[in-house]
Design a protein. Structure first.
Lengths: 88, 363
């Protein structure tokens, strides 16, 4: 089973973490692309990319708990540190 | 004397008839197979199926009355993957031996309940820290109102390497001297947090940070091991870093582990004390390797090696348990990580594939 999520990837910066077999998040190195595995299917998380229309976010850290997801990195555009917090 | 020829002829006829028609002793009943659960998610169940006398009879694997796998000559020990299942549903698995077309020797039924699915829906908030030159390398979540991140945060008032979300705002501080670059963070509770610089860790106990310098003059471990940090509990923590260094902390002492590699260990993650994964990087030649340590071995085992491209799978040795673990790609995330790493070199669009490292026998 595969899902083509169609995002560009910068080598060496991808991160993947999970809170369990049915709760896994993978993020691209750049461009704020993320996908979630719910135990049955992968779904791209469009809300994240929508926050970064210029695709300037570079992910370096990822953490996942059942309630929260956090992506940490930097903005290629401004050089500032960025954190995305996702809550369910 | 006249009766002897008749008796002889009768005996011959009887023997010939008997060879063709006499009832024979039934074949011995084969040992039942066994089935056990290796892994499950919301839509799949991975079964370990064993046939103790694999040449004696066939073997069928059932989910309820649904035939999942049918082996005329079953492998002695294999993994069967049952797919297309419904989340949060209990299924009963069993095996039957097959002899002369008839089913016999049923195994003990094994119930398994698939996991529920989790929500895809997140509400996102983006926070910006520092000025140009700032970045964050790693992040850990205690809960949604207690998030820690490490990196480099440049501000008008100075440089910092730690940011903490308290539910209201981000608080920044400096651990160690200015210029102390932090690479990793692992948080168990608000009062039990580890961070690492490139070579050594700091620990927060709720009152203060303590530096554990990995050197012969420090904690007695002469290893640079701060790139990656992971542990299932505070008494079982792994630190990894340059030149293949891995240091284990048991809650009291640090001990260097053999790692069977001199590559830079970039990242660590795991699902439990016997299931630790590492991603390593070698510059010459340019390659990444995913390594697995199952806690039973005294060394790590490389399970997948790739160049850019193509993907090259390393055939693993080790025990069957090890191979099963490799195949199931524990909790799926490593499989995806492997695939991403394998395809990410050219920056092109790619798949996310919850792939198997190897095609399971019978799968």
């Amino acid at each position: 089973m595969s899902s083509d999520l169609g995002w560009p990837v910068r080598r060496g910066a991808e991160r993947i973490r999970g809170a369990g077999p049915n709760d896994v998040v993978v993020v691209s190195g750049t461009g704020s692309h993320a996908a979630h595995w719910n135990g049955a299917t992968w779904v791209a998380l469009p809300g994240l990319a929508a926050l970064d229309p210029g695709a300037t976010f570079f992910t370096m850290g990822l953490a996942v708990t059942p309630e929260t997801v956090a992506l940490a990195g930097l903005s290629d555009a401004t050089g500032q540190a960025i954190i995305y917090r996702g809550t369910r | 004397m006249k009766r002897q020829p008749k008796l002889f002829i009768f005996s011959i006829v009887f023997v010939i008839w008997c060879l063709q028609s006499c009832p024979t002793a039934p074949d011995s009943i084969p040992e039942p197979g066994t089935v056990s659960i290796v892994y499950t998610n919301a839509a799949e169940v991975w079964l370990r199926v064993q046939a103790p006398d694999s040449t004696a009879a066939g073997l069928r694997v059932y989910r309820g009355e649904h035939l999942v796998a049918d082996y005329a000559t079953p492998p002695a020990d294999t993994v069967v993957i049952d797919t297309g299942l419904t989340p949060r549903t209990t299924y009963i698995y069993s095996t039957m031996r097959v002899q002369s077309g008839a089913e016999t020797a049923a195994s003990e039924p094994v119930p398994v309940t698939t996991l529920p699915t989790t929500s895809h829906h997140f509400t996102w908030t983006v926070d910006t820290l520092g000025t140009a030159g700032s970045y964050l390398r790693d992040v850990a979540i205690v809960d949604e109102d207690d998030i820690w991140a490490v990196g480099n945060i440049e501000t008008d008032s100075g440089r910092y390497n730690l940011a903490k979300w308290n539910g209201q705002r981000w608080l920044i501080e400096q651990i160690g001297p200015v210029g102390n670059n932090l690479y990793g963070i692992l948080a168990f509770t608000p009062n039990d947090v580890w961070v690492t610089n490139f070579c050594s860790p700091y620990h927060w106990d709720g009152r203060e940070w303590t530096y554990f310098r990995f050197s012969s003059a420090g904690v007695g471990v002469d290893a640079c091991a701060g790139s990656g940090i992971w542990g299932p509990n505070p008494m079982d923590i792994y630190f990894a870093g340059d030149k293949g260094n891995i240091v284990h902390y048991d809650g009291n002492t640090f001990k260097q582990m053999a790692s069977e590699t001199t590559d830079w260990i970039i990242d660590l993650f795991g699902t439990g004390p016997t299931d630790v994964w590492a991603v390593t990087y070698a510059e010459y030649p340019h390659s990444n390797t995913v390594r697995h340590w199952n806690g039973k071995l005294d060394r790590t085992v490389a399970v997948q090696i790739w160049d850019f491209p193509p993907v090259r799978t390393d055939t693993t040795g080790g025990t069957l348990d090890q191979r099963i673990r490799d195949r199931r790609c524990n909790f799926s995330w490593l499989c995806v990580g492997i695939h991403l790493g394998a395809r990410g070199a050219d920056g092109s669009a790619h798949d996310v594939q919850r792939s198997r490292l190897a095609s399971p026998a019978g799968g």
